[in-house]
Design a protein around this ligand. Structure first.
Ligand code: SF4
Length: 237
């Protein structure tokens, strides 16, 4: 079966060659300070949700799971580290007041969607509402993003909502991006099962048939310095 997941589809949609670079040629993109910092925060939030940590253990977990790659120097790394401590303290206070019922963190699904495709995903967090329905939540760092209003036709959270609803046979009520640096929760719109499956199978067929015809913006790409199709080096001359 051909495996589909959000990261694969997103890479293909951004640039067909990025998908090829990572998923066919087996290369990987380097971490930068933003991805490394995001990983450190995500690991701490996973432990917070699964082990119901208090603030001291949450900060210990952050320290133990700290990823130190991608920073240009020690000072920059320490600045980010303390920024993370501040984010987690505020996040913890917010969560205590909110009294959410966290069911699962980094929960995976694996669903046969027909036509020889399997859809896989890992959801940052699943909360349960009083009426028994679920919310699917994706943590965003939100250092630069400025999430406002409803996110229309959202592919990532629609994939997660679909996967969770099939795995647990439940209704997913809310799809949310949770911006942890400014404690903003932004709702996203479910694409609907029919639209979602038709869209991802269409992408999946092109991936499976090795259709490479659309190129992304190299200047924004994590592979811009190592990809053979990059025109970023020419931009810099
Ligand atoms: S560097 Fe450019 S061509 Fe290469 S994967 Fe990135 S966007 Fe695509």
């Amino acid at each position: 079966m051909f495996e589909l997941n959000y990261s694969k589809i997103n890479a293909y949609l951004f640039c067909n060659y990025l998908y090829k670079f990572i998923y066919i040629d087996g290369n990987y993109t380097k971490h930068n300070r933003k991805t490394s910092f995001g990983l450190s925060i995500h690991k701490a939030l996973k432990e917070f949700g699964t082990k119901r940590l208090g603030i001291d253990r949450l900060l210990n977990s952050y320290e133990e799971n700290w990823c130190n790659y991608g920073y240009s120097n020690g000072q920059e790394m320490m600045d980010y580290y303390y920024k993370g401590v501040d984010i987690l303290k505020k996040f913890y206070e917010y969560e205590i007041k909110k009294k959410s019922t966290i069911l699962y963190c980094e929960d995976s699904f694996d669903i046969d969607i027909g036509e020889d495709f399997v859809l896989k995903g890992t959801v940052d967090r699943i909360d349960k509402n009083d009426d028994g329905s679920f919310n699917v939540i994706d943590y965003k760092l939100g250092l630069e993003e400025n999430g406002e209003g409803l996110v229309k036709n959202n592919l990532q959270l629609s994939i997660y909502a679909f996967g969770v609803s099939k795995k647990y046979f439940v209704r997913v009520k809310n799809l949310k991006y949770y911006f942890v640096s400014n404690l903003k929760e932004v709702e996203a719109e479910y694409m609907g099962e029919e639209n979602l499956l038709s869209f991802i199978k269409d992408c999946g067929k092109k991936m499976r048939d090795s259709v490479f015809e659309k190129k992304g913006r190299c200047s924004l790409c994590l592979a811009k310095d190592i990809c053979q199709f990059s025109d970023f080096k020419y931009d810099k001359i």
